[in-house]
Design a protein around this ligand. Structure first.
Ligand SMILES: *Cc1c(COP(=O)(O)O)cnc(C)c1O
Length: 490
């Protein structure tokens, strides 16, 4: 199907028809409403959810690009930033900004670090950032955009970074250390206090990525859970990111970046004073910003308060423990590392865990596939609580199905064998052939149910550059309209 089959609509249609069509198209989406989706969506219960929608709608037209026009947004934004700073135990010198998400917060942190170091340490012309390989790819993306060199430190057997290894990665060009509280893949905490000391000893900046933990760990700590210090109480920490649109349960498009002081945050800002359109100043990366997500974040934090968040955290943590216990009861499966909160991953030494993911997808459950080693990931949120038993029941069945079906794993071995063979014999065009195969798996209007073969194949590709090309092909396909999906409206 080519792009040309979608044309700009000629005639006007009534809103009812448009909305009905959109509801129809939605039928194939992951059913998060019934707890089927284990990432991407966070549901705080009906009352809070409704408030979120109303608050968002109230301000969806307003633009936070120029907050002097909308003092309301300026107030909401500054208060969300300040409340988050308080939550993360920032002192009176700490300052913060709201951004559109974890990626923008992280990119802002790296830009500030880069420009701050350029001023303080002018002898450093090729700045380096030391980062665990478990850190979120937003850092890799940011470093790529900002032309910063990343020194990636592999994590240990417990999936945490070693302070010793970080220490040995520091050199005269290092400007910034990064760690996660917790890391996304296994939900484990890097040794924040020790890395904080390392940063202090070497006069380095230190960013703690608490995008996923920032609105969960503080409440678990207040519940009496043993959480090592991970926030501004750790002296060496100079910036932190925390996403309101994850366990803050706000609408998509909300995160906070907090800095140790104003001097550092100043480097995040951008000003262009020579534009004929006027003097332009912008606090972070986006220009026009929806008032909706800012208003929603303010409404959610003020509605729930510490009391509400503690309650959500408590029940979600209980559900997580129940899930982990259930998974430990399945002899073929194991939990990776020592997850500290409500996200974790599980794998298997005996069966193909991606095939388990496929069987679960057939039953309507959507789990992220992870690698090194192969495993499946769960971000548990409040909305999952009623569906834990059903999940475990289906998981037990799926493991049994995969264990029984020798045929499929043989065929996958065959695919791996083919991939290796193709790599040797067809160096020029084998990638595009595999990409075509990958596309055939993932095409159509529904979410692909069987992807184990593709993931297995990706894991077998001897050259990671080829995986890179494959993913570019895949993104290209994702950014192409699917005619079948759109014809009913044109
Ligand atoms: C989600 C996440 C990010 C990136 O945030 P986005 O909102 O997806 O841009 C960064 N770090 C961690 C640990 C995360 O969980």
């Amino acid at each position: 199907m080519s792009n040309r089959e979608i044309i700009f609509p000629k005639s006007k249609k009534n809103p009812k028809e448009i909305l009905q069509t959109m509801q129809d198209i939605r039928a194939n989406d992951g059913n998060w409403q019934e707890g089927r989706v284990w990432s991407l969506v966070y549901y705080p219960g009906e009352e809070a959810y409704k408030l979120l929608q109303d608050a968002f709608n109230l301000f969806f037209s307003e633009n936070a690009l120029n907050p002097t026009t909308f003092p309301s947004l300026r107030k909401f934004e500054n208060e969300v930033a300040a409340m988050t700073t308080h939550l993360l135990n920032g002192d009176e010198n700490c300052v913060a900004s709201m951004t559109s998400g974890g990626t923008e917060s992280i990119m802002s942190a790296l830009k500030s670090a880069r420009d701050y170091a350029a001023e303080k340490f002018p002898h450093i012309t090729n700045p380096e950032v030391v980062i665990p390989n478990s850190a979120h790819p937003a850092f890799m993306k940011a470093a790529h955009y900002l032309k910063l060199k990343l020194v990636v430190v592999p994590v240990e057997k417990d999936f945490r970074v070693s302070v010793e290894k970080m220490k040995f990665s520091i050199n005269k060009n290092t400007i910034l250390l990064v760690a996660s509280a917790p890391s996304y893949p296994q939900g484990v905490m890097d040794p924040i206090e020790e890395i904080g000391n390392l940063a202090l000893d070497n006069k380095l900046l230190f960013h703690v990525d608490s995008c996923i933990g920032g609105f969960m760990l503080p409440f678990l700590e207040k519940l009496g859970e043993k959480i090592p210090k991970f926030d501004f109480r750790v002296k060496g920490v100079t910036s932190m990111s925390a996403d309101v649109h994850k366990y803050g349960y706000s609408s998509k498009g909300g995160s906070v970046i907090v800095y140790r002081n104003k001097e550092l945050r100043r480097k995040q800002f951008y000003v262009y004073s020579e534009w004929p359109g006027g003097i332009y100043g912008s606090p972070a990366i986006l220009g026009t910003r929806s008032g909706g997500s800012i208003a929603a974040a303010w409404a959610m934090i003020n509605h729930l308060g510490e009391e509400g968040y503690i309650n959500l955290a408590k029940e979600t943590l209980n559900a997580t423990h129940k899930l982990m216990e259930g998974i430990r009861q399945i002899p073929e499966l194991f939990i990776l590392g020592n997850p500290i909160m409500t996200i974790f991953s599980f794998g298997s030494d005996e069966i193909d865990i991606y095939a388990v993911g496929d069987e679960m997808a057939i039953k309507g459950w959507y789990l992220d596939r992870q690698q090194y080693p192969a495993n499946l990931h769960l971000s548990v949120h409040y909305g999952h609580i009623p569906y834990i038993d059903k999940f475990l029941e289906d998981l037990t069945q799926c493991v049994a199905i995969v264990k029984k079906s020798k045929i499929r794993s043989v065929s996958r071995q065959f695919i791996r064998f083919m991939v290796r063979g193709m790599a040797k014999t067809l160096p020029e065009n084998w990638v595009s052939k595999i990409a075509a195969f990958g596309n055939s798996i993932s095409s159509g209007s529904t979410i692909p149910k069987r992807s184990a073969a593709m993931y297995g194949m990706m894991g077998e590709l001897p050259n990671r550059n080829d995986v890179h090309e494959l993913v570019l092909d895949f993104l290209d396909k994702l950014q192409t309209p699917d005619f079948k999906n759109s014809q009913d409206i044109h």
